[in-house]
Design a protein around this ligand. Structure first.
Ligand SMILES: Nc1ncnc2c1ncn2[C@@H]1O[C@H](COP(=O)(O)OP(=O)(O)OP(=O)(O)O)[C@@H](O)[C@H]1O
Ligand SMILES: [Mg+2]
Length: 244
C-alpha cells in the first residue's frame, strides 16, 4: 500500500487565502472521497465559497495545496481540473434557454467528450432516472425553478465527473423543491459513486443528505463530523446553528 491509496480523492491541505488584509481562509484542511456527500456550512463570510474556488481552481491559495486523484493540482486551471473530473457549479444556473432539457444534457455530454449518439442516450437516461421525464422535451427557458436547478446539476453529471462542488444549490427554492434536490444529490452519490461537496444554508438538506459536515467560521475549521455530531456541537450552535 502506498500513501496515495489512503489519500482521499479530493483534499485541500492547510489552505490559506488572503485578500489584502482579510484572511478569507487560514489553514483549512478538508477532504471529499468518492461516493460521499460532504456539507460545507458556516456563517456569511466564513470562507465557504473561497474554499470551493480553491478546490475548483478559480482561486489560487496564498499557501497550502489541493490534491485530486493522487496528484497535486494546486496550480491547475479550472478547466484542466474539470477535464480531470473535478467540476463545480456556480450560483446562477446557465442552461441554454432555447434548448430542451435533454438537449442541454446532451450538449454537456458532448462537451465532456462523448460521441453525439452516446451523449443523447445518456441524457435520456439521466432525465428518466432523475424523474424528469415530464420535462424531457421542454425548453429550458420555462422550467420551474426547482427543476431548472436539478437540470443544472445533471448537466454537470453528464460530463462524467468524479467530484462535484456545489455552491448553494438550494438557494431560493421552497421546501419541496429543496427536498427534491436533496434526493437528487443522494441518487447521484448512490448511483454514480460521485463525491459531492455542497455549500448550503438549508440545514434540513445538510443534515438529511450529508455523510459528513465541515463547519467554517472566520476562515478556520470550527468543527467537522457527522450531521449528528455537528448538530450537538456547542461551538457550532453558538456560532451558527443557534439554539433552535
Ligand atoms: N475576491 C475577493 N476580494 C476580497 N475579499 C474577498 C473576495 N472574496 C471573498 N472575500 C472575503 O473573504 C471572506 C470569505 O468570503 P466567502 O465568499 O468565501 O464567504 P462565504 O462563506 O461563501 O459567505 P456566504 O455564506 O455569504 O456566501 C469574506 O470576508 C469576504 O468578504
Ligand atoms: Mg458563499
Amino acid at each position: 500500500m502506498t500513501d496515495e491509496a489512503a489519500t482521499p480523492l479530493l483534499q485541500a491541505r492547510e489552505v490559506s487565502v488572503r485578500f489584502g488584509g482579510v484572511n478569507a481562509l487560514a489553514g483549512v484542511t478538508v477532504a471529499v472521497d468518492a461516493g460521499e456527500v460532504v456539507g460545507l456550512i458556516g456563517p456569511n463570510g466564513a470562507g465557504k465559497t473561497t474554499l470551493v474556488n480553491v478546490l475548483s481552481g478559480f482561486q489560487r491559495p496564498t499557501s497550502g495545496s489541493v490534491r485530486f486523484d493522487g496528484r497535486d493540482v494546486t496550480r491547475w486551471a479550472g478547466h484542466q481540473r474539470a477535464r480531470a473530473g473535478l467540476v463545480r457549479t456556480f450560483q446562477a444556473v446557465r442552461l441554454f434557454p432555447a434548448m430542451t432539457v435533454t438537449e442541454n444534457l446532451q450538449a454537456a455530454g458532448i462537451a465532456g467528450g462523448r460521441p453525439v449518439a452516446a451523449a443523447e442516450a445518456h441524457a435520456r437516461e439521466l432525465v428518466r432516472s432523475f424523474g424528469l421525464s415530464a420535462y424531457s422535451d421542454a425548453p429550458a427557458a420555462g422550467l420551474p425553478h426547482g427543476v431548472e436547478r436539478r437540470v443544472g446539476i445533471l448537466r454537470v453529471l453528464a460530463t462524467r465527473p468524479r467530484v462535484i462542488l456545489l455552491d448553494e444549490p438550494a438557494a431560493g427554492l421552497n421546501e419541496r423543491e429543496s427536498d427534491m434536490l436533496g434526493q437528487s444529490l443522494h441518487d447521484i452519490r448512490a448511483e454514480y459513486g460521485v463525491g459531492i461537496c455542497v455549500i448550503e444554508h438549508d440545514m434540513r438538506l445538510i443534515m438529511s443528505r450529508c455523510d459528513r459536515v465541515h463547519v467554517l467560521a472566520s476562515g478556520s475549521t470550527l468543527a467537522a463530523g457527522t450531521p449528528q455530531e455537528i448538530r450537538a456541537h456547542e461551538a457550532v450552535i453558538d456560532a451558527y446553528l443557534g439554539a433552535g
